[in-house]
Design a protein around this ligand. Structure first.
Ligand code: SAH
Length: 259
């Protein structure tokens, strides 16, 4: 990290699922070294005590392009950290900042700081559902047409691996979750376990473990703060005594070892 911004300095920082404990040491250090921190309200609130004596630029959801442009402009003169929930490279700010930067031709020192993405955060709350191959898909059709999302859902569910759904539902797209479940049921049995993890590592964390056949009954649980994990063909419910704890997807050790 240069001590001053002779070349221009921009960090794109993933700040994890929403709790200081889940931020990386590098994310904390880079934010501490910034003059200006840019982000939307939810993320800035999470960082509040780290932001004293810094210039804060608050943005709103849906204004990502403006935010990216502003970050680049400020970074030509001062040290800027643009913060993004989870990992900045997973449905986050990294891609759009780099695209805008490419167009401007400005030469900046760029650091992309990885963070714990919702898939990992959510999975850790329900055992080990993503032990081997898995796929991630966003049900938001703001930037990707619904037809394309549906085509991808069919392709990944036909692979029989666990699938993580980001942006499963919002007021603007109330039916996308039900649609995804319908597509999943074409390829996977109703017994496949499903975990819904709301507000992982944040206030109001809630978990619902169910099956693919019953998933639609829990539709009301799902909102824009929820990550849904639909197990793969080998996934099973993880129990301790009679308690349902989560999901285990065996990676394959049982085929090779006795334990
Ligand atoms: N860049 C972020 C994802 C942004 S897309 C990341 O890497 O995590 C926003 C979606 O992420 C939400 O709709 C939700 O599905 C998921 N998500 C983000 N934080 C979450 C959390 N703390 N708990 C559960 N899901 C979360």
């Amino acid at each position: 990290m240069p001590s001053h911004a002779e070349q221009g300095w921009l960090a794109i920082v993933g700040i994890g699922p929403g709790n200081r404990q889940q931020m990386t040491a590098r994310a904390l250090k880079v934010i501490a070294g910034a003059d200006i921190v840019i982000g939307n309200d939810t993320y800035l609130d999470q960082l509040e005590s780290l932001l004293t004596r810094k210039e804060i630029i608050r943005s709103t959801m849906g204004k990502e392009v403006e935010r990216a442009k502003a970050a680049i402009e400020y970074a030509t003169e001062r040290r800027v950290a643009i913060v993004s929930g989870g990992d900045a490279g997973v449905y986050g700010m990294a891609g759009i900042v780099l695209e805008v930067l490419e167009h401007t031709g400005i030469d900046l020192h760029i650091e992309i700081v990885p963070g714990v993405t919702a898939a990992n955060a959510a999975a850790s709350r329900v055992g080990s559902p993503l032990s081997g191959d898995f796929a991630v898909i966003s049900l938001s059709d703001l930037l990707t047409p619904l037809k394309v999302i549906e085509k991808r859902l069919s392709a990944i569910f036909s692979a029989g691996i666990p699938v993580v759904l980001y942006n499963p539902k919002s007021r603007g797209r109330p039916h996308n979750f039900a649609r995804a479940v319908t597509i999943a049921r074409k390829y996977m049995p109703d017994t496949v376990p499903v975990a819904m993890i709301k507000n992982a590592y944040r206030d109001g964390e809630e978990i619902c473990i169910t099956t693919l056949g019953e998933a639609e009954k829990h539709e009301d649980f799902v909102d824009m703060h929820t990550t849904v994990i639909i197990g793969g063909e080998e996934s099973r419910i993880w129990r301790m005594g009679t308690d349902v704890k989560g999901i285990i997807t065996p990676r394959g050790y049982h085929r090779k070892y006795v334990y």
